[in-house]
Design a protein around this ligand. Structure first.
Ligand SMILES: Nc1ncnc2c1ncn2[C@@H]1O[C@H](COP(=O)(O)OP(=O)(O)OP(=O)(O)O)[C@@H](O)[C@H]1O
Ligand SMILES: [Mg+2]
Length: 239
């Protein structure tokens, strides 16, 4: 296991977003976290990346407990993630976003151009974003922002890629494109942990599924095992 969550509980006031949630992510596999709206998926990602602190439970990444770490330390350890709503800067260009992601120098926010030019090209090809590098974040469509957000996460050195609903709100053609990108990444050995609302999207994509409902893992297994699980169907139908 590259990542383990041990009995994570997180309360927001009176709302229990996660309730003793435990799961493990295997290296070089694609794992999905699915579940109805509000079941705690994004909260678990935020706990893993240390953006929020759990009330109890702990996370292990590469066999090391990360409970005391700041988000940037967790990122440096090798967890790269995207957000449900792409977090990009309106006034920065596509290139600026990559230069920031690729900066390895603590004194400068941006990488040196000559060091990273080839890397930016490689990632632009990989994500298939056909926009000039000087395009501003504010001039990208929603789908293009999703792609750039994915590209930025890929640009950062990492051992685990966590994607929060990579295809939510995206048209069918781009959904296929993003699915292909994820498959190709995995073929190259990437470990991917993704959140997805739509069960059908993950069926032929992932190796393993965890199903969250009301902050608890109610089922886990290969896609075929999950597909006809009564608890899972009830959770989705009850939405
Ligand atoms: N910052 C917060 N403050 C208060 N409540 C929150 C906060 N973040 C999440 N919640 C609550 O925690 C629960 C889980 O939310 P979360 O965003 O993790 O769900 P989700 O499974 O990602 O849902 P979706 O599929 O809609 O993205 C919800 O009831 C939500 O309202
Ligand atoms: Mg969410």
């Amino acid at each position: 296991m590259i990542l383990e969550a041990h009995e994570i509980t997180k309360n927001f006031g009176g709302v229990r977003a996660l309730n003793k949630c435990s799961l493990g992510i295997k290296k070089n596999k694609i794992t999905a976290l699915i579940g109805p709206n509000g079941s705690g998926k994004t909260t678990l990602f935020d706990v893993i990346s240390r953006l929020i602190k759990p009330n109890s439970g702990f996370i292990k990444f590469k066999q090391e407990r990360i409970d005391k770490f700041r988000p940037n330390k967790v990122a440096k350890m090798g967890i790269s993630r995207t957000f449900q709503d792409p977090r990009l800067f309106k006034n920065l260009t596509i290139k600026d976003h990559f230069m920031m992601a690729l900066s390895t120098n603590d004194e400068s926010m941006f990488a040196k151009e000559k060091d990273v030019e080839w890397k930016i090209k490689e990632i632009m090809n990989l994500i298939g974003l056909t926009k000039p590098l000087h395009t501003l974040g504010s001039d990208l469509s929603y789908g293009q922002r999703k792609l750039l957000d994915l590209g930025v996460a890929l640009a950062k050195p990492h051992d685990l890629l966590m994607l929060d609903e990579p295809v939510a709100g995206v048209n069918p053609k781009l959904r296929k494109q993003i699915k292909k990108i994820i498959q190709n990444l995995n073929k190259k050995g990437e470990t991917v942990f993704l959140i997805e609302h739509d069960m059908n999207f993950v069926m032929d994509l992932v190796d393993h599924i965890f199903v969250l409902d009301a902050g608890e893992v109610i089922a886990s297994g290969k896609p075929k095992q999950i597909q006809n699980n009564k608890k899972v169907l009830d959770a989705y139908l009850g939405e």
